[in-house]
Design a binder for this molecule. Structure first.
Ligand code: PLP
Length: 444
């Protein structure tokens, strides 16, 4: 396929470190950053990106890093997939913006149609588009309140839903997301979830505890919605015990409470299915998506049952940039790429490779290997006590980064290393990156 301005040779898919990382160009840029960007916006890696493609990020000094982060689960199809590049270039040349609320355009409608087809919801659906994951979550809550006429929203321990006022309230972890930023939005309640490694409960028992808290501390008559990530992301890539989520959704159905699945991180082929709700055996009423949806262009969505979404008065939903045409063009190209490149299957392959690797390189400090598809994690513990080991996690991540692997951590206790490679990463690069992590662990 001819790609108009992409005449550069492909980015070599190999790890390569120059004499210095960060090199002189990155160091100079870091100085400028310090003088112009607030300290609150902190970076994981000390290098500035110049190019990214497939499983590699190249920095401004020529270091080539293995990408096991995909910009936090965003560039699933790669950071410069030819289809996305072409779709964006064509759209930019036609028009960059009109505002869908002023003069609508086809791309928005086409993305809504596709999301309706793929979403794990039966019956008619409607989809509204926004810019960020947090904005999608905010709007899902607005829709749930408008439809139910109720106000309270329940979120779970270890939840992450964003950094705006309402979504900070829904997010569990104080540092760094909420610390010093209160007061938080009212009518948000937190209930226990399911974290098999730490609570030791089966799904039915954990659900009984959660439902008891919902009934006793809030009451279904006050509760508009329960929101949960089917696999909790920032909280530690926590896969709830089997049966937990279906029990919660059943309770919601029986009590006129809406269930919102926040699939911002787990959605869009990341876990080896289109959406994690499928493997967790639930059908949400509303679903939020973002991150992997548009190959890095800012786009997010709320998809829900038609009668719920249509409960909002005309003009009640929107925003200047929501469903920007360039982002929509990228999203349509991403959908095609996922299908043509067989990326659901690749996500499943990535899970197999990661599990096999760490089962072969066992270490008693790995408390659990968990996750689904290309959303996998290691939880590090003190082998004597099982307590979270954040210091070890930090040391492993730092050593892997120094060796040229972009590696992210997460977890309420800061003791989880997470793997979110682009789904197009070669098996060879993936194995090399995992080898670096194992070496870092052995040396720590
Ligand atoms: C990242 C994330 C968000 C917030 O998305 P932004 O685009 O950063 O606002 C919300 N929910 C989940 C599950 C996320 O992982």
């Amino acid at each position: 396929m001819a790609v108009p301005t992409q005449t550069r040779p492909p980015l070599e898919q190999s790890r390569h470190l120059t004499d210095a990382m960060p090199g002189p160009q990155s160091q100079a840029l870091a100085e400028r950053q310090k003088a112009a960007v607030p300290a609150g916006v902190a970076a994981t890696m000390p290098v500035f990106a110049a190019r990214a493609e497939g499983g590699i990020i190249e920095d401004v000094d020529g270091n080539r890093l293995i990408d096991l982060g995909a910009g936090i689960a965003v560039t699933s199809v790669g950071a410069s997939h030819p289809k996305v590049v072409q779709a964006v270039q064509e759209q930019v040349a036609s028009f960059t913006h009109t505002c869908f609320m002023v003069t609508p355009y086809e791309g928005y409608v086409a993305v809504a149609e596709k999301l309706g087809e793929k979403a794990p919801l039966s019956g008619e659906t409607r989809t509204a588009l926004f810019n960020s994951g947090a904005e999608a979550v905010e709007n899902a809550v607005k829709v749930a309140r408008a439809f139910t006429g109720k106000q309270a929203v329940a979120a779970f321990d270890h939840a992450y839903h964003g950094r705006t006022t309402l979504t900070m309230a829904l997010t569990a972890k104080s540092m760094p997301y909420k610390h010093s930023f209160g007061p938080f939005a009212p009518e948000v309640y937190r209930v226990p979830g399911s974290y098999p490694l730490r609570d030791g409960l089966d799904g039915a028992t954990a659900a009984r505890h959660a439902i008891s808290a919902l009934e006793k501390q809030i009451g279904a008559d006050n509760l508009a919605a329960v929101i949960m990530e089917p696999i909790q992301g920032e909280g530690g890539f926590i896969v709830p015990a089997q049966g937990f989520l279906p029990a919660i959704v059943d309770w919601c159905r029986a009590n006129d409470v809406l269930f919102i699945a926040d699939e911002v991180q787990s959605g869009f082929a990341r876990t080896g299915t289109w959406f994690a709700s499928e493997t967790e055996g639930i059908e949400p009423d509303l679903m939020t998506t973002a991150k992997g949806i548009a190959g890095g262009m800012p786009l997010s969505a709320v998809t829900g049952r038609a009668e719920i979404m249509d409960a909002v008065h005309p003009g009640g939903l929107g925003g200047t940039y929501g469903g920007n045409p360039v982002a929509c063009a990228a999203a349509l190209a991403v959908l095609e790429a996922i299908e043509e490149d067989g990326l659901l299957g690749r996500a499943q392959m990535i899970e197999r490779v990661i599990r096999e690797h760490f089962e072969r390189h066992l270490d008693e400090r790995i408390g659990e290997i968990r996750g689904r598809g290309a959303m996998m994690a290691l939880e590090f513990v003190d082998p004597a006590t099982g307590e979270p080991d954040a210091a070890l996690t930090g040391a492993v991540a730092a050593a892997a980064r120094r060796a040229g692997v972009v590696l992210l951590t997460c977890g309420t206790y800061g003791n989880v290393v997470r793997f979110l490679p682009p789904l197009v990463i070669s098996e060879e690069l993936l194995r090399e990156g995992l080898g670096v992590v194992s070496e870092a662990l052995a040396a720590a």
